[in-house]
Design a protein around this ligand. Structure first.
Ligand code: PLP
Length: 358
């Protein structure tokens, strides 16, 4: 199978898996004072340092969580603001906790005017993602963050898809969410950055883990894998340039074959393509490509099982026909030229079979 669904969950390398296995085999509770506990604590703190280095903050500003969903919820539910505003293209786990949405433009970006209008009614927690999971569109956070601050509001950034793919800067955010499995770490582990001086109320109470911000014994194996994956991505400094070139060549081939690329003209993640195959339902495309040996998805992964029209494309003003015929192809560090060439061939063959006009 050729895996082109990195944004849903990226493969874990043998090296990362070995480090996770070793941490699990070693055991020990990081809160225990004996040697086994201290070893486990050490492993957790090495991973915290790796993440702190990757995002430019102090290690103590990071809270490990069970993933991106929990990190988002910890910020949104834990910050004391009267309302939560979220861009209309946020992940469902953010939208589910929002009181109102901020519209995006036709390219999926929050315009400064739209943000200012939303902020008129008083202080709020504003949730704007760093990069979108379906289209890869990057939000202009540098431009938007000062507007949030000037309005006396706070900015939460979901950087789940951006970490390791883009230079992520916590400086713009009050809180920022991360997840390990989008960058080659295990599933079920993530983290929240909390700006120094800011307090998030714990959702889980009990033990004093994570400086009282998240009770519960840390997922040591998962956290070790998170750190290992971050180091692995950092050591392969060329991977984003390599993937950008592959992405560009894939887009050129798809466009030549009659495809439409969503938000092609704005800054996007190096690995993500939202592509419309005209005349063929996205679910049909995903199934046909699956049978041909390719893993891609329709809309976001969480909704692809349910196959509902993408709220992201709808928010961008795409007509239902476009939203219903768009799939996501997301590449990664292991993607090769040969895989892209076979995908183009399969995509063309699928189109020829499913759309009588071709
Ligand atoms: N935010 C974004 C942008 C995502 O793409 C995802 C995963 O699909 C999440 C949050 C949820 O992360 P997790 O699966 O780690 O809970």
């Amino acid at each position: 199978m050729i895996y082109l669904d990195f944004n849903a969950s990226a493969p874990v390398s043998a090296l990362v898996a070995a480090q996770v296995a070793s941490a699990i085999a070693q055991g020990g509770n990081p809160s225990s004072v004996h040697a086994a506990g201290r070893t486990a604590r050490g492993r957790v703190e090495v991973a915290r340092e790796a993440l702190a280095t990757a995002v430019g903050c102090a290690a103590r500003d990071l809270v490990f969580t069970s993933g991106g969903t929990e990190a988002n919820a910890l910020a949104i539910q834990g910050l004391p603001l009267p309302r939560v505003l979220a861009s209309a293209v946020e992940h469902d786990c953010v939208l589910a906790l929002a009181d109102a949405t901020i519209p995006v433009d036709g390219q999926g970006r929050v315009a400064p005017e739209a943000l200012e209008a939303a902020l008129k009614d008083g202080p709020a927690l504003v949730c704007i993602m760093a990069a979108n999971n379906e289209t890869g569109v990057i939000q202009p956070l540098r431009e938007l963050a000062p507007l949030v601050r000037a309005a006396g509001s706070l900015l939460h950034v979901d950087a789940v898809q951006a970490l390791a793919k883009l230079p992520v800067e916590v400086a713009h955010a009050d809180t920022m969410a991360f997840s390990a499995h989008k960058l080659g770490g295990p599933q079920g582990v993530g983290a929240l950055y909390v700006r120094p001086g800011l307090t998030v109320a714990a959702r889980q109470r009990g033990g004093g883990q994570e400086l009282g911000r998240r009770a519960g014994t840390e997922n040591v194996g998962g956290i070790v894998g998170f750190g290992a994956a971050l180091r692995e991505r950092a050591e392969d400094a060329e991977w984003t340039a390599r993937v950008t070139a592959l992405r560009d060549s894939l887009e050129t081939a798809l466009l030549e074959a009659g495809a439409q690329i969503i938000a092609r003209d704005v800054p996007r993640l190096c690995n993500t393509i939202a592509v419309r195959m005209p005349g063929v339902a996205a679910a049909t495309q995903v199934m046909a490509l699956d049978l041909a040996g390719f893993a891609v998805s329709a809309g976001s992964a969480c909704s692809s099982g349910k196959v509902k029209p993408s709220h992201v494309l709808r928010a961008m003003g795409c007509p239902d026909a476009v939203a219903g015929e768009t799939i996501r192809v997301s590449l990664g560090w292991t993607t090769t030229e040969e895989e892209i060439a076979s995908f183009v061939k399969a995509w063309r063959a699928t189109l020829a079979r499913l759309d009588p006009r071709f």
